[in-house]
Ligand binder design. Structure first.
Ligand SMILES: [Zn+2]
Length: 304
């Protein structure tokens, strides 16, 4: 239990409520797929809550038609080599390196949609001890670099791996304030050892929360899924979601967003095959560029 330190009674009580790993849940992987499911008491998850953790949900939304707008993606003159000029993208590296030692702070309840949830969670960890928050930040920085090289303005929700939070509602607010054309929260799951693969989570429709972003968010999810499945060298998840797509109404980071937003769960840190990729610096850089391709495809299709 590397994250445990002596706590006072209050902090200890708070610590017991904080998922230690699993991207969303317990460190020992006792839950079959913690990131995608809400605990029976509705207090945990990648922000816990009382959502229904509905899986599947691939039937809403459609890929962008992209029939027009070719001018903006042509190579050559006039910004053609900067096809994403004018677009703003928010990349949200999930969790943070200080969360494990800030149980009380991250278990504070914050607005997360119809119900409040914990501010943040610790995140998952691979067998060798590679921590999800570090993966998320490195991958997000590569995505940022790639998108910026194509002309996009990119905002990260955290700049380093030493702090605490920000809370899930703040992460969403950063995207809202930026007026982002797309927002991607980067994670790696803490699923069962036997299950591998990536998946993308889109917000299900919640009146007053996500009804305005569910459609474009699903289109973003589909573009990202298609691109990642084709080029990232990791299969779609075989232990949850459906064809690499999931739809959830329990994630505050999605529910509180007013801009199209998805979660990318780039792989399962608890699976040896996935962990080998996730821990590979070169794979992270290449896969992040692939994820950027997916975001770019969405942006250009929406514009068209
Ligand atoms: Zn996570």
């Amino acid at each position: 239990m590397p994250h445990f330190r002596p706590f006072g009674p209050t902090a200890l009580a708070a610590a017991l409520l904080v998922p230690l790993a699993g991207c969303a849940s317990v460190a020992d992987g006792a839950e079959p797929h913690p990131h995608a499911r809400v605990r029976p008491d509705g207090t945990a998850g990648d922000g816990g809550g009382t959502g229904d953790g509905d899986s599947g949900g691939t039937d809403s939304g459609h890929g962008g038609d992209g029939a027009d707008g070719e001018d903006d993606r042509e190579d050559g003159d006039g910004g053609g080599d900067k096809p994403l000029s004018g677009f703003t993208v928010v990349i949200d590296p999930g969790h943070n390196g200080g969360n494990a030692d800030a149980a009380e702070e991250i278990s504070r309840m914050v607005p997360a949609g119809p119900h409040d949830k914990e501010c943040d969670t610790v995140g998952a960890e691979s067998e060798s001890g590679y921590e999800e928050h570090a993966f998320n930040l490195d991958f997000s920085r590569h995505m940022r670099d790639e998108l910026e090289s194509r002309g996009a303005e990119v905002v990260l929700t955290r700049q380093d791996g030493d702090g605490v939070g920000p809370c899930i509602d703040e992460r969403a607010e950063i995207g809202n304030e930026a007026g982002a054309d797309a927002a991607v929260s980067v994670h790696a799951d803490g699923g069962p050892e036997s299950g591998r693969g990536f998946h993308v989570i889109a917000p299900g429709e919640l009146d007053g929360f996500t009804d305005d972003i569910a459609g474009p968010s699903m289109r973003l999810a589909e573009e990202l899924r298609d691109t990642f499945e084709a080029d990232a060298g990791v299969p779609t998840a075989d232990y949850l979601a459906e064809d690499g797509l999931d739809e959830r109404t329990d994630l505050g980071g999605l529910n509180m967003s007013d801009v199209p937003k998805v979660f990318l769960e780039a792989g399962n840190m608890r699976n040896a095959d996935d962990a080998e990729l996730l821990e590979d610096a070169r794979w992270r850089e290449e896969a992040a560029a692939v994820a950027a391709d997916g975001v770019a495809a969405f942006l250009l299709a929406e514009e068209g």
